[in-house]
Design a protein. Sequence first.
Length: 488
Amino acid sequence: MVPILCVSSRVRAPPRAAAAAASVPPGAAPLPAQRGPGLGGGSARRRQAPRHSMAPPRHPAPGTQHPAPSTAPEREAAPEGAATSRGARAPLSGRPPAGCSGRAVPRLGPAPAPPPGGTFVSSAPPGRGTPAVAVPPLRLRAVLSQLSLGRRDVSEASGLVNQVVSHLIQAIRGRDGGFGTISRLGAGSYYERVKISEPNEFDIMLCDDTGAYYYLTFKRNPKEKYLNRFLDEDGKLSADKMLTALRKIIKEEVKNIKDVEVTVKRRKARSPAITLLIKNSSAEISVDIILALEVQQSWPPSTQDGLNIERWLGRKVRRELRNKPIYLVAKQNKKEKVPRGNTWRISFSHIEKAMMNNHGSIKTCCETDGAKCCRKDCLKLLKYLLEKLKMKYTKELEKFCSYHVKTAFFHSCVIWPNDTDWQYENLEHCFQNYLGYFLRCLQDSQLPHFFIPQYNLLSPDDKASNHFLSRQINDQLNNRFPIFQQGY
């Protein structure tokens, strides 16, 4: 296993809601023994949006076939047992994402025509059969145009982050503290190209091939004897001890960075991050460095029924992704009554990045010679909506983060797996389907982790906050998202 640093950076001018971490922790799940050491590390023309119903879709009932979309050609069923490539997908089974309630989710397709000059918008929470209200069509492309990152701003922010992180990597490697083989792996929304508003998130994993392995204990005495100082009294590798040692090195080394002002923020309780503040003449960038370990072994049993992407990306892609290593983040288990600092959270940020950057059911989706889809645009819009709502209702929505939105996005990609389900010109329709799925998850307090389906990201214990967010989103939906107009 391997110590890793996730670095997420945020520009603090103007102030905005803090962005979510790359991965939301599942509950502690036992991992099999490690087999070997490893290292981890507006468009110019306006297009007419199709008419459709705004009523949020529901989860598909088990064993129920989705009605075929009117715009998509009929696919031939793959022979049983045959692998499907990205160009030939397995037939739809109508199964819902694991852990979702058994309610039907309509596929994209024809819908009742709205009243003249308007679109149907449900005025009630999802699942209530009340009359629809006609509103003028949305201007989502205009919102997206305001969320585009300026190349100059991105270049300046990423340049500063790269300068500081490169300096720290060199310095950490040169120390006699157990992190001599540390390396770097980019992850997070900037690298997935779904960053919104400002160039302020750069999630980076720094990887080390020390070969420690998992809850974490050693199968045998490690060759790297320095790791013994990171063991607790039970012989478990202590995330807290390793993070403290790394934090000490970084606090000392930032003093040696002369051409950029860098400070280390005070540590937050239970936080896995070492937070740096990088200042320049125009902005302040917050950089979160998170210690993690790479594990070169089979994925744990808890992931067996997760990553159900066969209908979307194909069996071959799923097999390739599951052959990649997993990462363990130095993160306290919230369920521990007495924090001991020896738990590690499973992270799949590198798999999420791979799916985001190769998201089409056909390989050429969004490439130069292929058709453009609106998947990432839909994700950007819902991330932005949640961010704006969190700024307005900070206390009520503190438990929510962009990972909830991203998880709902991945499930939506499975429910609507074809590129024709996400046509670029159908942005409004696609966004409403995606939003409808998320609303149903909130209403049911049920959002399965995409990789560990038995882990519910929306606990029924937090039903009040889940329903609060559902009401706020419905209010925005029924009033044409006024929050989008309150300053981009």
